[in-house]
Design a protein around this ligand. Structure first.
Ligand SMILES: [Zn+2]
Length: 405
């Protein structure tokens, strides 16, 4: 056997140090370790040792120094992930990073800034689509009110959406035998859906039912959390990198790290990769609306509305940035969320909680999606080529800034 650069003993050593550092960080912030399926003894040692932040910082610097002469993508990824550990140490030690510095240091990317006027122009198109009395927000919510999935049909609708995503994924990506997930409905969370990866090709997918779940969320959540999104991403990392190559750094997933931009970006891009607009409309109108007991006549207009609303996605970043940097008060941020981002009032309140809990993490969804899409679509012109590039991206150590190359 020969070892190429990606499998040097130094990289194996740094990978192990990195995993242990992330486990140590998990003792300082319960949300930090999103998934871990490495040696249980390492986890137990982290709990036992309760390594202090200054020690973690010194150990991360030492690991980074070892990487200095390693040029491969795997080393670059380890470097970025370790630098994100250092950023989080600084934050836990009280450093107040501005939004863009935080996103650059944690996620290896910075979102563009847009003014309110930029978004208001996009809102005008929605004003035209939904003429009538009241504010645009009120008109959007009046349409949405007719498109709530009834609670007693939610599981059936979600199952159908996830199954459709899985069928499409399997046409292009072979998955290991036995990969599976459990779907749960939960309340009292700042997010709308979550994938908890357990290792051994198993996920627990949770859907938050605090707020109404609208019919378009079925395909979105199904693709994002399950197929071809987070579940598939984690399965491929485990099969191809952890088991296939012995790259232990992938048996852990620190939430506040560049890996999240790749994870959220591919999960969101995976929606449009799985369903063209026409395919999605046909599937929703013919399958999901009837399963939910909703009027399929509403489907085309609602799909059109959602395509326009998607263009407002970056408003989340601009609102979060200004709110977290105190140039918008909580009340002002809520007003933007309702009238500019056009979220329902209750959803807007949930978003503020999300910003408070997650800081600059919001950029991973929309900027991550656009970066993943641009990268994948540069690799080829056909749908088959896009799926191949998507699969490769999800099982490679490519870092966010390298998506721009
Ligand atoms: Zn996600």
């Amino acid at each position: 056997m020969t070892h190429n650069d990606s499998n040097s003993p130094t990289l194996a050593d740094v990978a192990e140090r990195y995993v242990k550092l992330v486990l140590a960080m998990g003792q300082h912030d319960a949300s930090y370790v999103d998934a871990y399926y490495g040696p249980p003894a390492w986890q137990a040692a982290a709990v036992e040792q309760q390594q202090g932040l200054s020690d973690i910082k010194a150990a991360a610097d030492e690991a980074l120094a070892l990487l200095a002469k390693e040029p491969c993508l795997r080393a670059l990824n380890l470097r970025k992930q370790l630098q994100a550990v250092l950023a989080k140490v600084d934050m836990l030690q009280g450093a107040r990073l501005d939004f863009d510095t935080q996103s650059a240091r944690l996620y290896d990317a910075v979102s563009p800034h847009h003014s309110r006027a930029y978004y208001e122009e996009l809102v005008t198109a929605i004003d035209v689509l939904l003429p009538g009395n009241g504010t645009v927000s009120e008109r959007v919510n009046a349409l949405r009110a007719q498109l709530v999935i009834p609670a007693d049909r939610l599981r059936t609708v979600m199952d159908a959406a996830i199954r459709a995503g899985r069928e499409r994924t399997l046409q292009y990506i072979a998955l290991p035998e036995g990969e599976d997930f459990v779907l749960e409905f939960v309340t009292d969370k700042p997010w709308s859906g979550y994938n908890w990866y357990k290792g051994d090709y198993q996920s627990v997918i949770q859907i938050n039912t605090d707020l109404p779940v609208y019919i378009d969320r079925a395909v979105d959540l199904g693709c994002h959390e399950a197929y071809p999104g987070h579940h598939v991403y984690n399965v491929l990392l485990e099969r191809d990198l952890v088991r296939g190559k012995g790259w232990l750094e992938y048996c852990i997933y620190p939430l506040y790290s560049p890996q999240s931009l790749i994870a959220e970006g591919t999960a969101n891009y995976g929606i449009e990769l799985s369903f063209t607009d026409a395919e999605r409309l046909a599937f929703e109108q013919q399958v999901l609306y009837p399963l939910a007991g909703l009027d399929p006549v509403l489907a085309p207009r609602y799909a059109q509305l959602n395509r326009l609303l998607a263009k407002l996605g970056y408003a989340d970043n601009d609102i979060a940035r200004q709110y977290l940097e105190s140039s918008l008060s909580g009340e002002e941020a809520l007003e933007w969320l309702v009238n500019v981002r056009l979220y329902p009032a209750e959803k807007s309140a949930q978003r503020l909680q999300f910003y408070d809990a997650m800081g600059a993490y919001v950029i991973n969804y929309n900027l991550g999606q656009d970066m993943a899409k641009a990268y994948v679509e540069r690799q080829g012109a056909t749908r088959t080529a896009h799926w191949a590039a998507f699969r490769d991206l999800m099982s490679s150590p490519r870092v966010p800034s390298a998506l721009l190359e």
